[in-house]
Design a protein around this ligand. Sequence first.
Ligand code: BES
Ligand code: MN
Ligand code: ZN
Length: 496
Amino acid sequence: MQFEIFTGSPAQTLADCLVIGVHESGTLSAAGKGVDRQSGGKLSKFLKSGDFPGRLGETLLLPALPRMKASRLLLVGQGKTAVTRKTWRKALHAAVAALARTKCRSAVVALSRPASSEFDDYLFSRSAAEITHAALYCVNDLKSGKRPSAPELTRIKFGAERFSSAAAARRGLRHGDASGNGATLMRNLANLPGNVCTPNYLADQARQLGGRYKTVKVRVLDESEIRAEKMGCFLSVTAGSEQPPRFIVMEYKSPRAPRAPIVLVGKGITFDTGGISLKDPAAMDEMKFDMSGAAAVIGAMSVVAELQLSLNLVGLVPTCENMPSGRATKPGDIVTSAAGLTVEILNTDAEGRLILSDALHYARRYKPQTVIDLATLTGACVIALGHHHTGVMANDDALARELVASGVRADDLAWHLPCTEEYAEQLKSNFADLANVAGRDGGALTAAAFLAKFTEGLRWAHMDIAGSAYVGGAAKGSTGRPIALLTDFLIRRAAR
Ligand code: BES
Ligand code: MN
Ligand code: ZN
């Protein structure tokens, strides 16, 4: 997709389609007013008929009106007159989805935009590009029938009643394009079924990323190398699986950043049956999404490489299946982590924290400035926050606040949850240094408390994306979250 910004009069621009906003009050976006004047009031006369009341997210495609340069006109409902970020996002998403159903190859989008106090030119255009990618996303299903034809749209311009800085707007488009590509990569990986997206498949995808960008070096540890790293917790999770585990190491080096790296760690359980502590059958298929953290880390690496950000970034992905079998780990088994701590595995379904603990220990060798792990870690986080916010827990409040603020800027929300010592008390074991579960109460927080045992002395945050990384139900699929949040965070870290 070619993204451009647009500073002239939209009504005077050549394109296959001009997109304008209509409000419930009957008023038009500024570009719409221009079109109406040119056409001698045809548009406002049509709107008076009441056929298009301007309800938020509704669209209507019309042929061009007199003296209009574009060959079609797409009306988009923008709801009540006050345009907020929320209503604008919804209207833009609907507009792009409607364009994708037409034969239009180029479009000029001139909706009413939120006040600049809500959204500066940079964030406006970054979001516009991200939303375009999301609206054009087609699920990578494995249906055997004829594929619906791909959208023809290849060029989109965002109209600009009020750009104060065209340079900032262009930079936003570039960043949003990369972010959108990263989210698409994440979604495509996470949507694949567990029999296709195996640990080795994820490793191949990481290697492909390394092939695409010479700034990204990729190494993959196999089972014997994982053993050599003494990752006893990780190995206990893969024990019941016929699929070999992989430990993926991706290193992005900017030619201009001699600083300590940021390390991202992603949970890569390609299928979570629960192991011997077998899960209920209901919705178990959704546990193919249990590698969403891994997919987010691969997606974030691609964003940083595409934008050539000036920072050093390491992506670590421990990936395996969690399966029951005669060789599987049993409740009560005790294993030794790479850090040397022994862990009594009381519930084999609490496997995410086990593979993460060894990966977090591995991160120490980089002497990182910051470590962030991403994981569909607990059902308890979904109970606590639902699907709107990612849970953020950290041993550094400033880091948690920074991530939450990035989520606000990116409209990819996160919420700071406690991660204090008290929660670790529930992890006491009679037989090992710690147990891997601590009862139902505060499940998201005790999971973080477990991870905190392995991150002492590091500046670390944990993002529980169990509720935000995918949706179930009729629209089942990966959401691509929290790529937008991470993109904002990493861009700001690079600028600092
Ligand atoms: N992958 C699950 C967490 C999960 C549950 C993600 C539901 C998305 C939706 C994780 O491995 C798990 O099973 N966690 C257990 C932990 C418990 C045994 C302490 C859980 O949340 O039930
Ligand atoms: Mn589990
Ligand atoms: Zn899991």
